[in-house]
Design a protein. Structure first.
Length: 178
């Protein structure tokens, strides 16, 4: 999970970078990944666009993954995401109190670990990590410990967005020049 004070295309790019770099640590090559989103401007840019958005460029041209959008008005196509949003509201946000941003992030990480390693899906009776082990043969629980962070604080290197790169940015990005 990641949080942003600004809900925009740059935040989506930052999250995708961080997630794909996390998965790379476990030898999951981004060319094997399809990222599915809704049709929000934070993913596709303007609906009248002529060229792919920065998010789509990052996924498809830098990481060589695939980006697909769900049909407009069909949020049930993202059922797992919608279900998670409902569950986290009920099981975390509605019952926790937070004293500071660091307290919030710490409790969010604890909830993430609980969700991925301990809490079984009500229908499947398996944790997300158990499903990863069974389907992907990845046995390192660190794959389920993607530490929550604030997207606005992440520095991004993008050819049209000049900031210093961060240590976990893809090699392809470090080599790119504006």
């Amino acid at each position: 999970m990641a949080y942003a004070f600004n809900y925009n295309l740059i935040s989506s790019i930052r999250f995708a970078q961080a997630l794909l770099e996390h998965l790379r640590k476990f030898d999951i090559h981004s060319s094997e990944i399809t990222i599915q989103t809704d049709n929000g401007s934070e993913f596709i840019g303007s609906i009248t666009k002529k060229e792919p958005s920065g998010f789509e460029e990052l996924i498809e041209n830098i990481y060589h993954g695939k980006h697909q959008t769900i049909p407009i008005g069909k949020k049930e196509y993202n059922g797992s995401v919608e279900n998670f949003h409902d569950r986290i509201e009920d099981e975390f946000y509605d019952i926790e109190t937070f004293n500071s941003l660091s307290d919030f992030l710490g409790k969010t990480w604890t909830f993430t670990l609980y969700w991925n390693l301990e809490r079984e899906n009500l229908q499947l009776k398996k944790t997300p990590f158990r499903l990863i082990k069974e389907k992907c043969y990845i046995f390192d629980p660190a794959i389920a410990s993607f530490q929550p962070f604030i997207l606005d604080e992440m520095k991004t290197f993008w050819p049209n967005y000049l900031q210093k790169s961060v240590p976990y940015v893809a090699d392809e990005l470090r080599c790119s020049k504006p």
